[in-house]
Ligand binder design. Structure first.
Ligand SMILES: C[S@@+](CC[C@H](N)C(=O)[O-])C[C@H]1O[C@@H](n2cnc3c(N)ncnc32)[C@H](O)[C@@H]1O
Length: 388
């Protein structure tokens, strides 16, 4: 690659990596995604939806937000129906927020009147998109933007969908019984990996916490930022819930011996690749989330585990099937009804859909151990005959 063909971010990284004689992969990923001017998330571009690089559940259909709204309403009831904050971090283009607020305005006006929806967003470009999408609810004084620290003492629910998979991760390999870390170095006018000793002992502590290490020769990701985030959220919350949706596994599955190359994946125009050193700043880089770490760190910080399940179970518990049937029956055009069904199925299907890889974690602080409506078992769902 000649100097001329490198983009601004690649040139900046090249200088920084040369000066530092290598940086950790986590530092590299932080720059690639969040460099203030040229990062994938911070610069102006379409990331989500057909014209972008990937779909998220909230971009698939408004029914995702509509169902989550039902869970939020129950949480509000459990907390005594007073003032309630929904804080959403990493809201992308704001569609989940819009769909939740639209649903609550129509179906739970008393709750709608008592709530404040606060958005925490790192990307200036996404903040603009969110403001545009949320105009109506902003005008009603319901939505504002803040920093995490502004949420100190909050009562309500802290919500995120596909936030943590976008945090920078350390890449680690195990060789000869030793954990080694991937550093990014310059090579032949590009970038490549180099294995070095761990940059921080926090990585060892992490594996001790989750109770498993990668198999010999295997590469894996360690999301230390996720652990810090979980601790911070737990300390900000006075009373209420943390509802986290993302793709990932429990540690046992994430670090299973058969997973040789980890889960790091890049997204560009709906194609995936495993090379984070190409299209730097214009492709997304993600890694699956370790839900064991979130649960254990949460528990250490006073968060009780209230629910953990696959997205399809969560949505079914909230009435996915009933909603699908109701929406389909209101659609007079059979072709449109079929398209609706196919679209909604994406949210629950395992293969090629978001039903299984996506997990939902709900933790509670100072709320006891309530039974949540999302936990309704599938065998208890009354499926109308018209569904078949
Ligand atoms: C994959 S997108 C998810 C979008 C959205 N939740 C949805 O369902 O469509 C990740 C989002 O997290 C934001 N983000 C990443 N790290 C963040 C941080 N530390 N604080 C706030 N927002 C962050 C990104 O800018 C982006 O809006």
């Amino acid at each position: 690659m000649t100097e001329k063909r490198k983009n601004e971010l690649e040139l900046l990284l090249n200088r920084e990596i040369t000066t530092a004689n290598g940086i950790t992969f986590a530092e590299f990923m932080q720059h690639a995604l969040y460099h203030p001017e040229h990062g994938y998330y911070t610069s102006a571009r379409t990331r989500i939806g057909k014209q972008g690089d990937f779909f998220t559940s909230s971009s698939v259909h408004s029914c995702f937000g509509r169902l989550i709204a039902r869970q939020l309403e129950q949480m509000w009831q459990l907390l005594g129906q007073g003032e309630f904050i929904i804080a959403e971090q990493g809201a992308g283009e704001g569609h989940l927020c819009l769909d939740i607020l639209d649903a609550l305005a129509a179906e739970a006006p008393e709750f709608y009147a008592r709530l404040q929806y606060r958005l925490v967003e790192i990307s200036p470009d996404n903040r603009l998109r969110q403001k545009d999408v949320l105009q109506r609810h902003c005008a009603a004084g319901l939505v504002d933007w803040c920093q995490l620290d502004d949420l100190q003492g909050m009562v309500g629910c802290f919500l995120s969908n596909e936030l943590i998979d976008a945090f920078p991760v350390h890449l680690v390999e195990k060789h000869g019984g030793e954990l080694r870390e991937v550093y990014v170095v310059t090579k032949d006018d590009g970038f490549s990996d180099e294995l070095r000793p761990l940059s921080t002992l926090a990585i060892k502590d992490y594996f001790q916490l989750v109770g498993i290490e990668p198999g010999t020769g295997n590469r894996c990701e360690v999301n230390l930022a996720a652990g810090k985030w979980m601790s911070q959220i737990a300390s900000l919350l006075e009373r209420g819930f943390v509802l986290t949706i993302d793709y990932g596994y429990l540690a046992e599955e994430l670090y299973a011996p058969y997973r040789h190359a980890g889960t790091l994946l890049c997204y560009h125009q709906h194609q995936t690749n495993e090379d984070p050193y190409q299209r730097i700043g214009s492709q997304d880089i993600t890694a699956h989330v370790d839900f064991t770490a979130l649960q254990k760190i949460g528990r250490q910080q006073g968060l009780d585990l209230l629910y953990y399940g696959q997205q399809y179970q969560f949505l079914m518990g909230l009435g996915f099937l009933e909603l699908l049937i109701e929406m389909e029956s209101r659609e007079a055009d059979p072709q449109k009804a079929q398209a609706l069904r196919m679209n909604l199925k994406t949210l629950i299907l395992p293969e090629g859909g978001m039903g299984e890889t996506f997990k939902v974690l709900i933790q509670g602080k100072n709320v006891g151990m309530p039974e949540l409506i999302c936990g309704k078992r599938i065998r208890d769902i009354n499926i109308p005959a018209s569904a078949f």
